[in-house]
Every structure is written in structure tokens, then in C-alpha cells.
Design a protein around this ligand. Structure first.
Ligand code: DMJ
Length: 466
């Protein structure tokens, strides 16, 4: 079951150096390019260290910092105890950046304070990708068995969401202490985004139950696909009946597709590979749309293929990297070109985009990482500096618009001049884009660029180096 395969982000060839192909550029140009990326990488690292210090001084142990006011915001339990979400999400990034004192500071907080024996409900999906993934990544980075123990304890507490379900597709909420479950109406991402973390946990502990429930949930969803090989975006996990007809690559479906590929790449499970191939082919066949020469993926009726709208969520930009990892470089490049055009036109990517009008239909930006995520996936495949340049532009826009007195914040309106800031740094900022920028620009020895795996939350589950 746990045969190793190269990561979905593995390099295909020649990654011993990031320098351009010998003979194509002068040694001088190479040196100046090398210096450019090194300086940018150092800047990313300095911004991370600065943001971490602000979090430690203002909100240490809280789930999320409010970087404008310097306050804090809960993520799991409004009005209840925090679970140090930012610390758990940041650890892998701190480690791969070589911020070892900061890593130790965070790990110590976790060892002393983090407990999951809480009489409160958590959302199973978010808790799994963020807390379970973060703990597993920190354990992989440090070898600290206490972190693995916490991860195992957390997964055991989430397990009733799967075990109580007649279909094997998890309920959305579970009480961490009592195991009581709630809310059978769920979504593909919340049903099928488990195999990377739960499979890693099975591999680490020898307890195959974690892998098995994650796979069973994904299979239950796949088995309910339409004759067009599409899934809709809402389903009742008790009855197995669809509650909507809308197929999308964006939320709330997005990472279901990602983890089908990952189940194959990380564990060599051919069922996952088959499920991915079936859905990827159907998506390209039924949802690909060319508008004004650009490629997009429309929402369609999952049974008839009828096109529903012209909306594209920013989160759908992750699909570039997934297409590339799945071997469809042509569509990956074309879809990235569409998003790059949005970046060139608007600077910051809006939360939602109308591709028929080539204009935002949601003007906020929740400090999203998907564009940078896809830049990294592409770069790991072909080492083309073009992806680094796109990511550098993404980084500079973030620095220009999101930097606040105590960290980096979401944007309420990207079309205002200057962009209007909100007041929140989401947990994923710490585990995703800062890590992607760093890996793209630094050529760090802390990361194995040939053999690695990053989860949907950017957690490194394979590929840390000393
Ligand atoms: C992250 O929590 C994960 O990437 C998830 O899969 C969906 N998107 C958010 C960040 O936008």
C-alpha cells in the first residue's frame, strides 16, 4: 500500500542548479540572475521572520493575527479556546527557511499547550488539512515524536466523522471530545481531501485505518459521478444523494481532484490514478472554454454539460499545477497564461473573475496562495525562470498592498486605489505562499527538489533535508 513514488512536484530533469542552461547565457548574466533570486529569497525570509515576531509579540497561541489592529481572531471555536493554528501552519515554512530558533519557539508552545481534548465542534476538512497536516509536516521536519503523537490523537478524534457515516463520506463537523457528528450535507473537497495526511499517518504509525477511511470516502464520491464523469458540488453523505447539479474545478470541489492525483503519486495506489484520469479527462472535455483567446474552466451541469456561468474563482488557479503534474502541460501552460494576463491587468488577483467580461466579479482577495502554488509546481517540472518571474510579480504585489503594521493582511477591494486592506492574516498564508516563494527563489539545501511532496495546504510531508 505504501510504495514510494516520486512526488507530484518532482523534477523531471536537471535540477542540480537553477542556473540557465550552459552556453545560453554569459557567466556574468548567470551570476547576476543568481544574485537577483538570492536577494529576493532573502527578502521573503526576512518578511516571514518579521511577521512571525509580530505574531509572537501580539497573538502567540491565538489562531490568527489581525495585522492591522494587532488583535487576534479565532478560527475553530468562536469565543472558545484557540488551537495555535498559525503556529502549526508556520512550522514547516520556518524550518525550510532555516529559521530554527523560531521553529523551536513554536514547537515548544505546541508541546506545552496544545490539546485536542476540547468539548467543541470542528470542521473536519479544515482541521485535517491545517492542523493534522501541519503537525505531520513539523514532525517530518524535526523527528519530534510528540508532534506525531498529537497528530495521531487528532485523527482519532476526527475519525467518528467517517465511522458514523453510512456511505463512508464524512460528516462535516465532529465534537473533539464526545465524537458527536453533525451536518450531512457536504462538498467534494470536504469529502475527498484526506489521503495525503491520513495515508502519511498510517505509514508513520502502521495503523492502516487512517488510509482506509480516506480512500473509502474518495471512492464513495467517485462512484457517484455522472455519466459525463463529473461530480456536482453538494451531496448528502447519509443518503448519497446529490443536492446540486453544478460541476466546478473551484471550491467547494477543488482539492478533491488534487488528492486523487496525490493518492497515486504519494502512495502508488492505482485506483487514485484511475479516478484522477477519469475526472481530468472529463473536466477538459466538458468544462474547457476559450474566451477571447484565453482558456478557462466553466461551471457546467454535471449531467448535461450545459454551461452555467462565466465565473472563475481565484482558487481555481491551483488547477494549473495539477494539470501539469498530471502530464497535461499544454492545458496547464494555457490556463496559467490566462491567470498571468489577469495579474498583468489587475496586479492582485480578485477572489472571483468574470472571464467573459475579463473583469473581477468579486473584488476582495483573501491573501490567496493558488497562483504561487502553481508557479512552484510548474517550476519543479521544467525549471523555467518564467514561472519564477510570475511568482516574483505576485510576491511584489502582495508586499505592496498587504503589508500592514503587524504582518500581512487580506484585501477587501483590489480595485480601490490604493487597494483597501481588511484585517486578517489567514493561517494558510504561513504554510503556503511564503513557502512557495522561498522554494522558488532560494534553491535552499533544506529541501529536496527532486523528491518531495507538498499537501493542498503547502505542508511538506516529504522532502525536508537537514
Ligand atoms: C487553503 O486552505 C488550501 O489550499 C485549500 O485547499 C483551499 N484553499 C485555501 C487557500 O486559499
Amino acid at each position: 500500500m505504501f510504495r514510494f513514488r516520486p512526488s507530484r512536484r518532482m523534477v523531471l530533469a536537471g535540477l542540480s542548479t537553477f542556473a540557465p542552461i550552459a552556453g545560453l547565457r554569459s557567466a556574468r548574466a548567470s551570476q547576476s540572475s543568481h544574485d537577483h533570486w538570492r536577494m529576493l529569497a532573502e527578502d521573503v525570509r526576512a518578511q516571514m521572520a518579521w511577521a512571525w515576531r509580530n505574531y509572537v509579540e501580539r497573538a502567540f497561541g491565538q489562531d490568527q493575527i489581525k495585522p492591522v489592529s494587532g488583535g487576534a481572531e479565532p478560527f475553530f471555536f468562536p469565543g472558545g479556546p484557540p488551537m495555535g493554528l498559525t503556529i502549526v501552519e508556520a512550522l514547516g515554512t520556518l524550518h525550510v527557511m532555516g529559521l530554527d530558533a523560531e521553529f523551536a519557539e513554536g514547537a515548544t508552545w505546541i508541546e506545552r499547550n496544545l490539546t485536542f481534548d476540547i468539548d467543541g465542534e470542528v470542521q473536519v476538512f479544515e482541521t485535517s488539512i491545517r492542523m493534522l497536516g501541519g503537525l505531520l509536516s513539523a514532525w517530518r521536519a524535526s523527528g519530534n515524536a510528540r508532534l506525531l503523537g498529537l497528530a495521531r490523537d487528532l485523527a482519532a478524534r476526527l475519525m467518528p466523522a467517517f465511522a458514523m457515516s453510512p456511505t463512508g463520506m464524512p460528516y462535516r463537523f465532529v465534537n473533539l471530545r464526545t465524537g458527536a457528528v453533525r451536518d450531512p450535507v457536504s462538498f467534494p473537497a470536504e469529502i475527498g481531501t484526506y489521503i495525503a495526511e491520513w495515508g502519511t499517518l498510517s505509514r508513520a504509525t502502521g495503523d492502516g485505518r487512517f488510509y482506509d477511511v480516506a480512500k473509502r470516502a474518495a471512492k464513495a464520491l467517485f462512484d457517484r459521478r455522472s455519466k459525463l464523469d463529473l461530480v456536482a458540488d453538494t451531496i448528502n453523505v447519509e443518503t448519497g444523494e446529490w443536492q446540486s447539479r453544478r460541476a466546478t474545478i473551484g471550491p467547494p470541489t477543488d482539492s478533491y481532484f488534487e488528492y486523487l492525483w496525490d493518492g497515486w503519486q504519494l502512495f502508488g495506489d492505482p485506483d487514485f490514478r484511475h479516478w484522477y484520469d477519469v475526472h481530468a479527462a472529463a473536466t477538459v472535455r466538458q468544462q474547457a472554454v476559450i474566451a477571447d483567446g484565453r482558456l478557462w474552466f466553466a461551471q457546467v451541469d454535471f449531467e448535461t454539460g450545459e454551461r452555467l456561468d462565466h465565473h472563475q474563482s481565484e482558487l481555481a488557479a491551483f488547477f494549473v499545477g495539477l494539470l501539469a503534474q498530471g502530464g497535461d502541460m499544454a492545458h496547464a501552460r494555457a490556463y496559467m497564461a490566462s491567470w498571468a494576463d489577469v495579474q498583468a491587468r489587475y496586479g492582485l488577483l480578485p477572489e472571483g473573475f468574470d472571464f467573459a467580461k475579463f473583469a473581477p466579479d468579486r473584488v476582495s482577495n483573501a491573501l490567496r496562495p493558488e497562483f504561487a502554488d502553481s508557479c512552484l509546481s510548474l517550476f519543479l517540472l521544467d525549471c523555467d525562470d518564467h514561472w519564477r518571474q510570475l511568482a516574483a510579480c505576485h510576491y511584489e504585489w502582495m508586499k505592496k498592498t498587504s503589508r500592514a503594521p503587524f504582518g500581512f493582511t487580506v484585501i477587501d477591494d483590489i480595485t480601490a486605489n490604493p487597494a483597501r486592506q481588511g484585517d486578517l492574516c489567514p493561517g494558510y498564508w504561513w504554510s503556503e505562499q511564503m513557502k512557495y516563494y522561498w522554494l522558488l527563489f532560494s534553491n535552499t539545501g533544506r529541501f529536496d527538489y527532486r523528491r518531495n511532496y507538498l499537501s493542498t495546504e503547502g505542508d511538506i510531508l516529504l522532502g525536508f533535508r537537514k
